[in-house]
Design a protein around this ligand. Structure first.
Ligand code: AMP
Length: 224
């Protein structure tokens, strides 16, 4: 039986914010704490690229340029992923929706299943701060992220968790960062209004310390 079938409202969440705002790190932690699914559309696409699937090949050019992969690809992909068992008690969508049409498609696919979004958490951060954070970001193949300024690895160039070699994502390079933030700004204002109009918007100050952001999230979202 699903959580909804037991009378528990699934904790269905969207995390929205500029690349570099720390929403991925917070989403991973919060999803584990609450036993809900964590769906990062960026991770799904990167895995597809690494595996060389048709999805990965289609997404590659858009991603390298810092542009959005078209909705005809993204919306059915997410609708399908939300049906997986790890989302029965709820989910965090991290990186989706990025546009109002994606927000509308999400709302429609949830309501077709009698479900709805509990909140859209908006990780509010000034764009110039996000650019600085992204430029110092290093990633490990295991998924752990570091930041040369705010969260450096203990040993330069190596992952604390698995010892793997850290690298800079192709789209964390200056030209792609600029493009991603232009794309983000062009779409986000409307998406924030979309969720504010539905009384689903929860704003968090993403410029605060990581632990303060985690506490703010706990306070802002319903407890089980
Ligand atoms: P992210 O890791 O969320 O910053 O995503 C990396 C890249 O994947 C983005 O710059 C886009 O090219 C693509 N992408 C991720 N999520 C979406 C989405 N919801 N819609 C379109 N493209 C996306």
């Amino acid at each position: 039986m699903t959580a909804a079938g037991q009378g528990i409202v699934p904790l269905n969440l969207v995390f929205l914010g500029p690349p570099g705002a720390g929403k991925g790190t917070q989403a991973r932690r919060f999803a584990v704490c609450r036993g809900i699914g964590h769906i990062s559309t960026g991770d799904i696409l990167r895995e597809a690229r690494t595996a060389g699937t048709p999805l990965g090949r289609e997404a590659h050019g858009f991603m390298v340029r810092g542009e959005l992969v078209p909705d005809v690809v993204m919306c059915p992909l997410v609708a399908e992923r939300l049906k997986a068992p790890d989302c029965a008690k709820g989910f965090i969508l991290d990186g989706f929706p990025r546009t109002v049409p994606q927000g509308t498609a999400l709302e429609e696919s949830l309501s077709a299943r009698g479900a709805r979004l509990v909140a859209c958490v908006y990780f509010d951060m000034a764009v110039d701060v996000a650019v600085r954070r992204l430029a110092g970001r290093l990633t490990c193949a295991c998924g752990r992220m570091y930041n040369l300024d705010t969260a450096p690895p203990s040993k330069a160039g190596a992952c604390d968790a698995c010892g793997g070699a850290l690298f800079q994502r192709e789209d964390d390079r200056p030209e792609a960062i600029r493009r991603r933030l232009v794309v983000y700004e062009a779409n986000t204002r409307a998406l924030v209004e979309f969720y504010r109009g539905r009384n689903q918007l929860v704003r968090i100050d993403a410029g605060a310390e990581m632990s303060a952001v985690s506490e703010a999230l706990e306070r802002a979202l319903p407890r089980p």
